[in-house]
Design a binder for this molecule. Structure first.
Ligand code: CU
Length: 106
């Protein structure tokens, strides 16, 4: 299993979590992830897509809504119970945010 790593990404909020509707996670359309590493350690390109994301403890969606551009850090640890979590999330495109390093954490 490959070591945990994180990806600095840009995307757009598609829908906020709606627990009543059975959707506990935020839906985000993310940009392509050309260097995404699978649980097998294989580098595959993940295309741009809309998918649900789990937020790490302390990551807030306050002030965000559908259509909001966001910059976020996706932590992938295939050994974890929850392999993919967002550990940092901020409104705006990457140009407005500080550069992220691969090991950027919460
Ligand atoms: Cu995806």
């Amino acid at each position: 299993m490959p070591p945990a790593r994180s990806y600095a990404l840009q995307g757009e909020v598609v829908a906020l979590p709606d627990v009543a509707a059975g959707r506990p996670d935020v839906l985000i359309r993310h940009q392509p992830i050309p260097d995404f590493v699978t649980a097998d350690g294989e580098v595959v390109a993940m295309e741009a897509m809309t998918m649900p994301f789990t937020l790490a403890r302390g990551v807030s969606l306050a002030g965000l809504g559908p259509g909001q551009a966001v910059t976020f850090t996706l932590q992938v640890d295939w050994a974890a119970a929850e392999p993919m979590t967002i550990t940092h999330l901020a409104p705006g495109p990457a140009a407005a945010a500080a550069p992220s390093s691969p090991d950027h954490g919460p």
